[in-house]
Design a binder for this molecule. Structure first.
Ligand code: SF4
Length: 166
């Protein structure tokens, strides 16, 4: 499966290089990623959702686990048996009920972040089902876009690098 490069963040300065020919716009009420993806939950994701008042057994699928090599990454977010969509997707409005607190894997989609030393490279899958990829009304993955959508993550990496240099 081919990945397309769309941007690189220099984590020491937070400066961004990007492909101006690539555009993205999340299509409102689409919800395809909420049905088509299996979402791995980190411990932090589980804690965040529990803090909203849910019990882990309500939203964690303990029968589906993710591994990288032999390293356990986490269990999956539960899906609704009827239509295989995420249990937090409102079937009427196609909106996420926990959008502001959604797991990291949901936030990252359709992008793939690969850290390479002081660089964070950002890719998208060429064959993604997401209609937002290449959307004519979309925006390129600029510094403004990345800081708006992922500023908390990128600033954390930036702080770690600055602190290592001290
Ligand atoms: S599949 Fe793409 S366009 Fe549709 S909701 Fe997910 S990110 Fe947005």
């Amino acid at each position: 499966m081919e990945n397309r490069w769309v941007a690189t963040v220099h984590l020491d300065t937070l400066k961004v290089e990007y492909d101006p020919t690539f555009k993205f716009k999340c299509v409102e009420n689409c919800g395809l990623c909420c049905s088509n993806l299996d979402i791995p939950l980190r411990d932090e994701d589980v804690e965040t959702i529990e803090d909203l008042g849910y019990n882990a057994w309500e939203f964690v699928d303990y029968e589906k686990a993710f591994y990288r090599g032999d390293r356990f990454l986490g269990y999956a977010l539960k899906k609704r048996p009827l239509d295989d969509s995420c249990i937090f997707l409102d079937p009427e409005t196609k909106r996420c009920r926990i959008y502001d607190h959604r797991p990291l894997a949901c936030r990252l989609y359709p992008f793939i972040f690969i850290k390479n030393g002081n660089l964070m490279e950002v890719y998208v899958k060429e064959d993604t089902f997401c209609p937002g990829v290449g959307h004519p009304d979309g925006e390129p993955v600029t510094e403004e876009f990345l800081m708006r959508e992922y500023g908390d993550l990128l600033r954390k990496y930036h702080r770690d690098i600055v602190n290592q240099g001290r």
